[in-house]
Design a protein around this ligand. Sequence first.
Ligand SMILES: O=C(O)C(=O)Cc1ccccc1
Length: 268
Amino acid sequence: MTAVTLGPEGTYSHRATRALDDDVVFRQSVTDIVAAVAAGEFDRGVIPIENSIEGSVTESQDALAEYDVAVVREIVTPIRHALLAQGPNFDTIASHSQALAQCRSYLESEYPDATLEAVSSTAQGVEYARENPSVAGIAHPATAGDDLEVLAADIQDQTSNATRFFALAPASERSEAGGKTSLVVYPNANYPGLLLELLEPFADRDINLSRVESRPSGERLGDYVFHMDVDAGLYEERTQEALDDLEALAERGWVRRLGSYDLEHVVD
Ligand SMILES: O=C(O)C(=O)Cc1ccccc1
C-alpha cells in the first residue's frame, strides 16, 4: 500500500506515517494530501490534526469538512524540536507554523531579532537551512544529517509536546469499529441553545465527547462547522441513535461521519 504525507522526508508527519508500514510519497500541503486520498490516488494519507501546545491544525480540519474521506487510525506521537543550522550565524528561522508556535517563548528569549518564516513543513525549513547559512530550521534532530549542526535540542515551550495525526483512507473504507468516532456537523442554523442541542444526544446516552471545535463555515460571518470526537464506535446502537438525533437537528445542513478507529500511541 502507498501512503501520502507532508514532505519532504523527515517531517513529523513522515515519522507518524511509519506506523502504517506503507510505501510513502510526499505532498507539500495537508489539503493536497486529503484531496489526493479523496480522489482515490493513494490507499492512505497521514495528516496532523491537533497539538498539545498549539491546538488544532485548522487547514486539516477545513480539508476534512471539504473532502469526503474516512479516518481509519489515530496516531499520537511526542514532538521534540531542535534548532538546526550550518552554524550559529543565521538571521532567519524557517519552519512549519505549528513548530514556530510551539517554540514561541524559546525563540522570543533566545533569538528576539531573528526573522521567523513559516514554510510548508519542518523538513522543508531544514532544506532551506542546508542551502543557506543565514537560515536555521526547527525540526526533529534526525533531519540534521551530517551537514547541519544541532544548535539546541528540546526547544518546545512545554516538555510534554504531542501531536495527534489521522490516517485517512478513501471514503469506501470507512469503519464502524473502534472506540472513538470523528464527526463533522454543519447545522446551517443559528438560534439560542443550538450548540447545547447538538451536544445533548451524546450526553443523554452517556457518550463522552473528547473534542469539540468550531470552524468558520466560509458561508457567512458567525456561521460554523463543528468538529466532534466521541468516545464510542459507530457500531454501537447508542452512537447510531445519537447520530439520528444529530441528523434531525442538522436537517438544513449535513453530518459527516469520518469513521471509527482505536487510539494508538507511537513512541518515536
Ligand atoms: O512540518 C512537519 O514536520 C509536520 O509534519 C507538521 C507538524 C509540525 C509541527 C509539529 C507536528 C507536525
